[in-house]
Design a protein around this ligand. Structure first.
Ligand code: GRF
Length: 190
């Protein structure tokens, strides 16, 4: 059965665009049903609209730190689209265990590092500071612990002499755009 996929973003949404385009290509039994952002100014929202995907905003600032209420609202909005799978794609809010439990085993995230290395933020700078010769990106199942769920796909990217966090990020995100659709497809056909 065609899987209904909701995508959560906070910013530019380039991974969301790659997911939507891949799902619409032949031989991908999934359909993007909504793009939800916590940030009303996320430029990804315009990209989703241009692709003809429904958009929703649940602005976390209106919840003044009440994460449970924010997550409950997101859950309600998402449920109205009856998604089978949630893809976090540059979604920059930490989710409550209750929200994660509600979508247990059905929520994926892309992270710009070779997990279990460099959970959290500033992954590229941390890889450079550590003197690593290889960086990369990972897709994993979301669990309540940040960036800690099972990895279902990973791509390595070499670190080159003279790389900065910016040049490395640019090379890694190109691979993210390939990895996330292929990991989602594997997840659906598992
Ligand atoms: C990506 O690097 C992703 O791995 C990280 O946040 C960034 C989002 O970029 N979680 P975009 O919004 O998909 O362009």
């Amino acid at each position: 059965m065609t899987q209904r996929v909701a995508i959560l973003i906070s910013g530019s949404g380039s991974n969301m665009v790659s997911l939507v385009k891949a799902m619409r290509a032949a031989d991908f039994d999934a359909n993007p049903v909504v793009v939800l952002s916590n940030n009303p100014d996320a430029t990804g929202l315009q990209k989703a609209k241009a692709l003809g995907v429904a958009t929703e905003v649940v602005d976390h600032r209106e919840y003044k730190g009440d994460r449970a209420a924010f997550d409950a609202k997101m859950h309600d909005v998402l449920c109205s689209y009856e998604p089978d799978i949630i893809c976090l794609a540059g979604f920059m809010r930490i989710l409550t265990p209750k929200f994660v439990d509600n979508w247990s085993g059905k929520m994926l995230n892309i992270h710009p590092a070779l997990l279990p290395k460099y959970k959290g933020l500033d992954t590229h700078q941390r890889a450079l500071d550590a003197g690593d010769t290889v960086a990369g990106c990972s897709v994993h199942i979301v669990t309540a612990e940040l960036d800690a769920g099972s990895v279902i796909g990973q791509t390595e990217v070499p670190i080159l002499d003279g790389d900065t966090a910016e040049t490395l990020a640019a090379r890694v995100i190109e691979q993210e755009h390939k990895l996330y659709p292929s990991a989602l497809k594997d997840f659906i056909t598992r």
